[in-house]
Design a protein around this ligand. Structure first.
Ligand SMILES: C[S@@+](CC[C@H](N)C(=O)[O-])C[C@H]1O[C@@H](n2cnc3c(N)ncnc32)[C@H](O)[C@@H]1O
Length: 286
């Protein structure tokens, strides 16, 4: 018998949006959850999907991470209420409901199959536009109005791209979006290697897609500055407190332990591109 729910037909990287939604909605559904997000819960419940069987028990990393990105965007909109937010690989992220302003323009850029499922639940409007294209396809650049402050985010995206593509994206942002902020998360090399070599078998029913771009914490600033020497700012954001689960002791331990704090943790970084910048390309570098 049909449940009346929507059965998502997603695979490879787009399927990972269900993993993030599951973790966020599970946190938001708790009385003591750190994220207030009724929209995430609504979408989570409307999908016919075996979340726990696929991804294992829910855990709060996605919620902690989203809360950190939310704080960044709230601050940005506090200073620039008419600012533009570009969320790359937004999937079923419901951030725009959590960080609602009155005047901002919000662009969600994701692959066509991802935007198709997003639009089953979240309708775009004049201020919240959907762009069904790869973040690597620069045509979305033209959707960004000139002359308004810009904040670009990529939550759970860059690790799925080859390093050379990430580098070129940084360089193109630098050329095109001087003055913009860009915040993104990265995974360490050991985890990237694991997904590429053996596959990260999360559960008996799910192996994550390959995550080809890994970078260790201590390499981030120098690598980014070698790609874009004129970066105005490279700031590591401090992880929020985990409400429960292994992350509660594992994250503080990873960051407090010498050696481990270089090689082990996932990192969230904010950069700012200098106004009036342009980068000389060296395609042979990687
Ligand atoms: C782990 S999910 C994260 C979704 C969302 N940011 C969140 O935190 O809930 C990865 C997302 O990246 C998207 N994605 C993968 N490759 C992409 C590409 N080349 N351009 C844009 N989005 C992409 C997937 O469709 C998916 O929505």
């Amino acid at each position: 018998m049909s449940s009346g729910k929507l059965r998502p037909d997603l695979s490879a990287v787009p399927q990972t949006m269900l993993w993030a939604l599951y973790n966020r909605a599970s946190e938001a559904g708790r009385d003591d959850g750190i994220l207030h997000d009724p929209e995430a819960v609504r979408i989570y419940e409307a999908l016919d999907y075996e979340y726990e069987k696929t991804f294992g028990p829910a855990e709060p990393t996605s919620a902690v991470k989203s809360a950190m990105f939310d704080a960044e965007l709230r601050e940005f909109l506090g200073h620039h209420p008419r600012g533009v937010i570009v969320n790359l690989g937004e999937g079923l992220e419901t951030q725009r409901f959590r960080v609602a302003g009155d005047e901002e323009l919000w662009l969600s850029v994701d692959l066509p199959e991802a935007i198709a499922i997003r639009e089953r639940f979240i309708a775009p409007d004049d201020r919240h536009r959907h762009v069904a294209s790869s973040a690597l396809d620069r045509t979305w650049f033209d959707e960004v109005p000139v002359g308004r402050p810009l904040y670009i985010t990529a939550q759970g995206l860059l690790m799925y791209l080859p390093e050379a593509q990430v580098r070129m994206l940084f360089q193109d942002f630098s050329e095109r979006f001087g003055g913009a902020w860009f915040t993104f998360d990265t995974i360490p090399r050991w985890l990237s290697r694991k997904t590429v070599k053996r596959g990260w078998k999360k559960t008996a029913h799910y192996t994550t897609p390959k995550m080809p771009w890994g970078i260790n914490r201590h390499e981030i600033a120098t690598t980014l500055r070698s790609w874009v020497p004129t970066l105005e700012e490279v700031t590591e954001l401090r992880w929020g407190r985990f409400p429960r689960g292994v992350g509660r002791w594992l994250f503080p331990l990873m960051f407090a332990t010498p050696i481990l704090n270089r090689y082990a943790p996932p990192v969230i970084t904010r950069v700012r591109f200098r106004i009036g910048n342009s980068v000389a390309r060296d395609e042979t570098k990687l």
